[in-house]
Design a protein around this ligand. Structure first.
Ligand SMILES: Nc1ncnc2c1ncn2[C@@H]1O[C@H](COP(=O)(O)OP(=O)(O)OP(=O)(O)O)[C@@H](O)[C@H]1O
Length: 328
């Protein structure tokens, strides 16, 4: 649905040059919510701006729903952009227009006129639970309500794709959860493909099906969340489950155990100690709700050598959890 294929973008020349995107390839499936995470300056905004062609790559292509966006210009580009909605961190609403007029703005751009435009704007506001505030000005709304208007505006032209640029970064945790749940609900109801950028792992944890981690313009990890949290050494998973640093423990092997779904409820570690007569210590543990399901990670120190570690990992694996040795 969104294919970012070997995209590179450099700003400036010579010694001052910054490589904002360095051979980035990402595939976002239709109907999926895909999160791109990374620290400030990693290239997330540049990536998002490349998807709606506000930024042109130096090389590579972006294809949205079969259309090569990076190859379009003029009217064809404007038309393609209407199929891509965008929500912003600071909402970008027009202060001297009413809430309804802000949504109508997006419909004006696609040539919807008069009563139909007003009707559609109200429908969109109804979708985000704000039809009763249609005549208010943005300044009369809370941050969360303003973002709802931003979402209604982004969806007014019936796009297939929603891009979200840190949509919840300016909101408090409870409002963040409500906005994320709204995006998830709308994505399901409207069959929207969502590409979001964020620096908050909570966003990924709550709504993303897949994620990519960016660092200095490169994608250093990507995949379905279920797959990433079971991948030894995954940095996305390490951020999702903060069990701390692994330190060398003399005479012990360190093993990370990751549980998802049903296996999260089983007392596998207690059973391991009983079965093997091992004095297993727990060095760290994190239990999280990931996309509505319980998942957890426990870091164990197991007395013994590599062969004991292998035996323990085998046993844990046969019980349906994922386990691997961590080498500090
Ligand atoms: N128009 C520009 N001109 C020059 N450099 C730019 C431009 N846009 C971005 N950059 C640089 O490209 C790099 C990536 O920036 P980008 O804004 O994409 O990162 P980001 O991950 O979105 O960061 P943040 O979370 O702080 O917005 C940074 O070093 C930035 O300074």
């Amino acid at each position: 649905m969104i294919t970012i294929d070997h995209v590179s973008r450099r700003f400036g020349d010579g010694l001052d040059a910054v490589v904002a995107l360095d051979d980035v390839s990402i595939e976002v499936q239709r109907g999926e919510i895909f999160g791109v995470v990374g620290q400030s300056g990693a290239g997330k905004s540049t990536l998002l701006r490349t998807v709606n062609a506000l930024e042109r790559p130096d090389s590579g292509t972006v294809t949205v729903d079969g259309t090569v966006i990076t190859g379009l210009e003029g009217a064809a580009l404007r038309q393609a952009r209407h199929k891509i909605g965008m929500v912003f961190q600071h909402f970008n609403l027009v202060g001297n227009r009413t809430v309804a007029q802000n949504v109508e703005f997006a419909l004006e751009a696609v040539g919807v006129k008069g009563d139909e435009r007003r009707g559609r704007a109200l429908e969109m506001l109804d979708l985000v639970g704000l039809a009763h505030r249609a005549k208010d000005r943005p300044a009369q709304l809370s941050g969360g309500q303003r973002q709802r208007v931003g979402i209604a505006r982004a969806l007014a032209s019936q796009p297939d794709v929603l891009l979200s640029d840190e949509a919840t970064s300016a909101l408090d945790p409870e409002t963040t959860r409500q906005i994320l749940d709204l995006i998830k609900r709308l994505s399901g109801e409207l069959g929207l493909t969502v590409l979001l950028i964020t620096h908050e792992m909570d966003v990924v944890k709550r709504i993303c099906d897949s994620a990519a981690l960016m660092e200095q313009g490169r994608v250093v990890e990507q995949g379905a969340l279920e797959q990433l949290i079971r991948t030894p050494g995954s940095r996305v998973a390490a951020e999702l489950f903060p069990v701390g640093e692994a330190h060398y423990t003399p005479g012990h092997r360190i093993i990370d155990v990751t549980y998802t779904g049903l296996s999260a409820d089983r007392p596998v570690i207690a059973q391991l100690s009983r079965d093997f007569g091992l004095d297993v210590s727990i060095l760290g543990a994190a239990l999280e709700t990931i996309r509505g399901h319980q998942a957890g990670r426990t870091r164990l120190a197991v007395p013994g050598d590599a062969s004991v570690a292998l035996k323990v990992i085998d046993r844990l694996t046969s019980q349906g959890v994922t386990a691997w040795e961590v080498h500090p």
